[in-house]
Design a binder for this molecule. Structure first.
Ligand code: HGY
Ligand code: MN
Ligand code: MN
Length: 400
């Protein structure tokens, strides 16, 4: 399975993945998912928001146990973020069938669409729509860098955007959702564990800073006469690092758009996106308020206008304690050791759904901690340990 998925949407230049929502690479990933489902005799369906589901048993029976993750990537992302959870879900089912496990509840395997928000800027679109955290109106307004809206992108990928909307009936049939994911950090490497259980997800968000200046000639405009938006942008990037350090948080300006983006032209517009995250909401608010205040001062000093728009936000997630502890009990039985429980600054579909249904996460050791990079890696024996741990969890939750 892993080898089949590996080349899909991979850039030969960077070795990273460009599996962005509703593109050809995304379609190829979706075809792979459907083939894996049907090869196992599972009932395959796509829901009203384009998420893919594979069922063993009839979900209408209710109290289903669901596992899975996402197949889309950030620009030049790694092979494991998302796909490890989906491949492990199918492999865990194969393992349970090998054990002769008898399911007493429906089992679902899911691929949530557009988790990374790489194309339309909002994280977890598929699960946010399903949970109602994203309204249909908001979804219809999502637009990519070429001005293509989400509905248009879905339509050109062969999906009817007219069905978008909350899916409470589907969620009501799910008793537990467990997402396996490569760790995006080194906690397990440092503790020497193969597997960990998630406790919480930091509150985090994305803010777009639009610095509007005055286009002019790079060679003939006196410095004193310039309204160059690149300068307050640059100062704001440094302010973000300063504010994050002071608050024990993180802040990143990783994406920038410059118009007209000419070497010999002072820009008219510099658009920068801030990603910031902190262990608690107060710290996150302190960082973002501090960065925005500094940005406005810098913009004013250069005679540049500034607009700040929050494009994505996820409040703190405290995973369901009973399910978290049930996973610890099940896995602790196998290893006699306490399985580490750890928080994360990375967002996940399991986080979005956590205020509607009990959700939990399993992390697989990432020896370098690197993620959102072609260098992302997890050792095969750790991935196999992840499959076995997921199989144990699914057996404990859904089988006699
Ligand atoms: O950005 C995140 O935390 C996740 O990878 N979507
Ligand atoms: Mn990611
Ligand atoms: Mn992910």
């Amino acid at each position: 399975m892993w080898a089949e998925l590996l080349p899909v949407g991979r850039s030969s230049a960077s070795g990273g993945y460009r599996r962005h929502a509703w593109t050809g690479a995304d379609a190829d990933c979706r075809t792979w998912f459907q083939e894996q489902a049907e090869a196992r005799g599972l009932t395959y369906e796509t829901d009203r928001n384009g998420n893919q589901w594979a069922w063993l048993g009839d979900p209408a029976a209710g109290n289903a146990v669901v596992t899975g993750s996402h197949l889309d990537s950030v620009p030049d992302g790694g092979a494991f973020d998302g796909p490890l959870g989906v491949v492990s879900a199918f492999a865990a089912l194969d393992e349970l069938r090998g054990r002769g496990a008898r399911f007493t509840k429906p089992l679902g395997i899911v691929n949530f669409g557009d988790e990374e928000g790489a194309r339309f800027g909002l994280a977890c679109v598929g699960s946010r729509l399903t949970s109602g955290a994203l309204t249909v109106e908001q979804a219809h307004r999502l637009t990519d860098g070429d001005g293509v809206t989400l509905p248009q992108a879905m339509e050109s990928a062969g999906y009817d955007p007219g069905t978008l909307g909350p899916d409470p009936e589907r969620l009501a049939r799910i008793g537990a959702f467990v997402e396996l994911h490569v760790e995006q950090g080194r906690a397990l490497d440092l503790s020497g564990d193969r597997i960990g259980i998630a406790s919480a997800i930091w509150p985090h968000g994305r803010w777009r800073f639009d610095f509007r200046g005055e286009a002019n000639h790079a060679g003939t405009t006196r410095l004193a006469d310039r309204h160059d938006p690149m300068l307050p942008y640059a100062e704001t990037v440094l302010a973000a690092r300063r504010e994050a350090e002071l608050a024990g948080a993180v802040a990143t300006f990783g994406k920038i758009g410059v118009e007209p983006n000419g070497v010999n032209a002072i820009p008219s517009l510099v658009r920068g996106w801030l990603d910031s995250r902190a262990a608690d909401q107060a710290s996150l608010d302190t960082v973002v308020t501090g960065v925005e205040k500094a940005a406005r001062e810098y913009a004013a000093a250069h005679g540049v206008d500034l607009d700040v728009v929050r494009e994505s936000f996820t409040p703190v997630v405290d995973f369901d304690h009973a399910l978290r502890d049930e996973l610890g009990r099940i896995l602790g039985k196998e290893t006699e050791l306490r399985v580490p429980v750890l928080g994360t600054g990375a967002g996940h579909d399991a986080g979005i759904l956590s205020d509607r249904i009990p959700t939990a996460m399993l992390f697989v050791r990432n020896p370098t901690g690197v993620s959102h990079s072609p260098a992302e890696y997890a050792a095969e024996d750790d991935c196999v340990a992840g499959v076995n741990a997921l199989a144990d969890v699914l057996e404990g939750l859904a089988c006699t």
